[in-house]
Design a protein around this ligand. Structure first.
Ligand code: NAG
Ligand code: NAG
Ligand code: NAG
Ligand code: NAG
Length: 239
């Protein structure tokens, strides 16, 4: 999504050790400029949480919801406007009633990731690897998974962090990086360390894996809950 030139400029000028997500990122001017250019190059018509998926046009959706309570699908496959419909749907009195939600008649409407819980931006930088380490040390299996169309928490860095954690804990590779299958298709790629710690990608999945690849997410979850490895073969011959 970005040019070689901008990629190289970012690599050369940015030191991500002290990067902050709020503008201007606590970086050199040349770095900030390169980042701005990269963001402009990607543009606002790409969903950062799913770079392959078509983008939603919220104004069309909101109008349709107000007029008819349902939405014409904008693109094939997953419903790209699901989060807007969700905001509408979860605020319908009959839906809240059916879910036994909001019995106290809160004075504000429901919204996704609302400010009510007062998350602090600082929490975003909390390193949870020591926590994962403690869980694995208790011999509880941990799987970390990542949709491969997500640019917000990209799989490349997550994969590296899991590998580094495994290395620090002295866990050897027990399943080398290889594809896993679901219904005759590649569901993604996975590595396992020390029979205990697994990193898996989900092919064609966004930031919210179960939303964009429900069946592959189910396959992944099933294997985890059953204490099994992800299937690394399929019975269907390719030709
Ligand atoms: C900004 O960068 C400087 C030097 O790299 C660092 O000392 C400082 O802690 C950083 N500030 C924030 C808010 O991260
Ligand atoms: C809760 O219900 C009231 C109506 O009783 C509604 O006005 C409000 O938007 C709802 N709040 C949430 C968080 O759903
Ligand atoms: C959340 O934080 C804001 C500002 O920091 C404060 O005014 C508000 O009372 C807090 N809300 C809750 C529910 O703690
Ligand atoms: C699949 O996994 C099994 C055991 O986990 C291993 O013996 C076999 O070589 C793997 N097959 C492929 C194609 O990677």
């Amino acid at each position: 999504m970005i040019s070689d030139e901008i990629f190289l400029a970012i690599k050369k000028d940015c030191d991500f050790e002290d990067y902050t997500s709020g503008n201007p990122h606590n970086e050199s001017k040349s770095c900030n400029d390169a980042i701005d250019e990269a963001i402009a190059m990607v543009g606002e018509y790409v969903d950062d949480y799913d770079v392959i998926r078509d983008v939603c046009y919220p104004s069309i959706v909101m109008q349709e919801l107000r007029l008819r309570k349902y939405v014409t699908k904008i693109s094939l496959g997953v419903d790209v406007c699901m989060s807007y419909e969700g905001n509408f749907y979860f605020n319908l009195p009959e839906v809240q009633h059916a879910l036994h939600a909001n019995r106290t008649h809160l004075p504000y409407s429901w919204s996704m990731c609302s400010d009510v819980l007062n998350f602090t931006g600082k929490d975003v930088y909390t390193n949870i690897l020591p926590l994962l380490q403690r869980i694995v040390e208790q011999k509880i299996p941990v799987w970390v998974f990542s949709g491969d169309q997500d640019s917000v928490v990209p799989l490349l860095r997550t994969r590296t962090l899991v590998r580094e954690l495994a290395h620090a804990m002295g866990l050897p590779v027990t399943v080398p990086y290889s594809s896993w299958f679901r219904k005759g298709q590649v569901g993604g790629w996975a590595t396992e360390y020390g029979n205990m710690l697994t990193f898996a990608t989900v092919r064609g999945a966004s930031h919210m894996v179960p939303f964009s690849q429900p069946d592959r997410a189910l396959g992944l979850f099933r294997s985890f809950v059953l204490g099994q490895r992800l299937p690394n073969t399929t019975h269907r011959p390719i030709d």
